[in-house]
Each structure stands twice: as structure tokens, then as C-alpha cells.
Design a protein around this ligand. Structure first.
Ligand SMILES: NC(=O)c1ccc[n+]([C@@H]2O[C@H](COP(=O)([O-])OP(=O)(O)OC[C@H]3O[C@@H](n4cnc5c(N)ncnc54)[C@H](OP(=O)(O)O)[C@@H]3O)[C@@H](O)[C@H]2O)c1
Length: 290
């Protein structure tokens, strides 16, 4: 990869208090499992091609979890990319399990979290995990207030044992972030946020002041990708696609936002990475936001 492509993947961001620097444009691997994030993909070679294309293009931040599949997504990442190139940061998450009925259930006991770490290490082929998010189940796609002290203390113990380098949080409230910071350093927060869903505006600004990464999940709207006539008209004027505008808007929203759009398609991946080269005028930012 050349310096030009590095410069255009949204620029770089260093997770606070770490030596981990990533391009702001990353990749989310959840779409690589089968339908409903369950079982193998319809096109296993295609899944491998997407990951290899992302890394070849300069992506060095991949978001995953061992409960995608379950196990399947991490195994595909390992098959596609192991031995991992220097500088690749794989961020995973713990806190859920997938029973045979394919539902998403909390898994936050010390035993669950220990098992989850070892599942990730084995399936990714790693000795230590760079960043692990505690995924709080809350109301599935949005957080609910309540103490997270017990599971986070258990995760911090696994960090002290050297199995995890850095800790993040997912699906949390501002109060839960503050509670967590009294237990261990938090390097990133991954919550549901995009052009159409902006509950976290104050939290993003607060984390930006602290240099903590904010990583929106569903940056393109998730299972129902974003669509609006405004987005299409801004995109049309810029000669870009609506998805590129949605991603570029997030990059413009705050310098601590890191993107992990998900796709199972090389064409969509290329399109999404192109958003890192899109400059939005203040007027386009304002219009896209309405
Ligand atoms: N912490 C959490 O609780 C949590 C929850 C959900 C997701 N995540 C993470 O966040 C990442 C991103 O979320 P996500 O993948 O669910 O949602 P997303 O990135 O908002 O959108 C993915 C959807 O958009 C489609 N898509 C992607 N690029 C496109 C393009 N250029 N044009 C048209 N359609 C496009 C994908 O389909 P195609 O495959 O056809 O491109 C897929 O259906 C996940 O991969 C996962 O790593 C975390």
C-alpha cells in the first residue's frame, strides 16, 4: 500500500494511552457470517476476498466478535489474514452468546468472559487481544442504564492477566462510561449512531475531549441501510453515492470517530473506502444532517 492510500483512508487516530494507531476508515466483519449473523457465509471465498482487499487498500482496523457466526467470522479473518500484517488492529467484543435458537443473550459472568477471551484467541490465532469491548446487552441496539461494574471488573482481571491489552465499551450510556473509567482505562466506545440516529451527540463530544475513540455501529443504518432523498441529492451533487456521503458525514462529525462499515461485497467495500477521500463543505454537512 502506498502513502497516498494511507492518507485518504480518513487519516489516522491513536487509541489513547496506547501504541495502536489506525486509519479512521476501518472495516466491520459482522456481515461475513451467514444470514442473521449465523453460520457460514453463502460465498466463503467472497468473504476472504473482502478482507484481503480491505487490508491491501490500507485498512488496519477490523471489528469483529466471536459471537458472529458464532466463531465463523473470526475463523474467516484468521483464514484470510493470518499471519497478520504488522500494525493490523483487530477489535473484538465480549458480553453475548448465541444459543441454538440464534437469539442474542447476555454472557457476562467471569466464566463467560474468560471463555469468550479464549474463544477469540483460538479462533483468531492470537496470544493476546489488542482491544476488547465489553458489549452491554441493554435493549439490543440501544443502551439501558444500570451498573456494569461486575462484568467490567472481571474483564479488567483478564487484562491484568495479560490476555487483553486495552478495553472498550459497547452499547453504553455516558454514566456507564464514567463508571467504567474508575475501573480501567477505556480506549473506545462503540454505540449505535449514524445520520438518522444521533442520540449520542453529547457523548461523542465528551469522548472527543478525552481523546477516546467513538466507533459507530450501524454507520450505514445496519440491517436497513440508510435511504433518503436528501442524502441522494447531496450525493448526486458531489458525484458520490449516498453511502459515501453517510460515511463522510461521520468522518466530518468529530475527529475521534472511527468507521467500521460492514459489507460482504468487494464492490461495496471499495465504494465505502472511497468516502475517506470525500470532502464535504459545511453546507453539504448541514444539508446531509437534515
Ligand atoms: N457493538 C455492537 O453491538 C455492534 C452491532 C452491530 C454491528 N457492529 C459492528 O459494526 C459493523 C458495522 O455495522 P453493520 O455491518 O451491521 O451495518 P452497516 O455498516 O451500517 O451496514 C451494513 C449493511 O449495509 C450494506 N452496505 C454496505 N456498504 C454498502 C454500499 N456501499 N452500498 C449499499 N449497501 C451497502 C451491507 O450489505 P452488503 O453486504 O450487501 O454490502 C449491509 O447490509 C459490523 O460489521 C460490526 O463489526 C457492532
Amino acid at each position: 500500500m502506498n502513502e497516498r492510500s494511507r492518507a485518504t483512508l480518513g487519516g489516522r487516530f491513536t487509541f489513547p494511552g496506547t501504541s495502536l494507531t489506525v486509519q479512521r476508515m476501518g472495516y466491520g466483519a459482522m456481515q461475513l457470517a451467514g444470514p442473521g449473523v449465523w453460520g457460514p457465509p453463502k460465498d466463503p471465498d467472497g468473504a476472504i476476498a473482502v478482507l484481503r482487499e480491505a487490508v491491501a487498500a490500507g485498512v488496519n482496523h477490523i471489528d469483529t466478535s466471536d459471537f458472529y457466526g458464532p466463531h465463523v467470522t473470526n475463523q474467516i479473518i484468521r483464514k484470510a489474514l493470518h499471519p497478520y500484517p504488522a500494525g493490523l488492529v483487530i477489535v473484538t467484543k465480549l458480553g453475548a452468546r448465541r444459543p441454538p435458537d440464534k437469539s442474542w443473550q447476555p454472557a457476562i459472568s467471569p466464566e463467560d468472559l474468560t471463555t469468550g477471551v479464549h474463544d477469540n484467541l483460538r479462533n483468531l490465532g492470537l496470544d493476546v487481544l489488542d482491544v476488547v469491548n465489553l458489549r452491554v446487552m441493554g435493549a439490543i441496539d440501544s443502551p439501558l442504564e444500570g451498573s456494569i461494574e461486575a462484568p467490567l471488573t472481571a474483564l479488567a482481571d483478564l487484562q491484568r492477566r495479560g490476555l487483553i491489552r486495552h478495553v472498550g465499551l459497547s452499547n453504553v450510556t455516558a454514566a456507564q462510561v464514567a463508571e467504567a473509567q474508575a475501573i480501567t482505562d477505556i480506549v473506545c466506545v462503540q454505540n449505535n449512531y449514524n445520520l438518522a440516529r444521533r442520540d449520542d451527540d453529547a457523548l461523542i463530544d465528551d469522548l472527543a475531549r478525552q481523546g477516546i475513540a467513538y466507533v459507530p455501529f450501524f454507520p450505514l443504518g445496519g440491517f436497513s441501510p440508510l435511504q433518503s432523498s436528501t442524502l441522494s441529492s447531496v450525493a448526486g451533487r458531489l458525484g458520490a453515492t449516498p453511502m459515501q456521503v453517510a460515511l463522510a458525514w461521520l468522518l466530518h462529525r468529530s475527529p475521534n470517530i472511527l468507521l467500521i462499515p460492514g459489507t460482504s461485497s468487494v464492490a461495496h467495500l471499495r465504494e465505502n473506502l472511497g468516502a475517506g477521500e470525500l470532502t464535504l463543505s459545511p453546507a453539504a454537512v448541514a444539508v446531509a444532517a437534515h
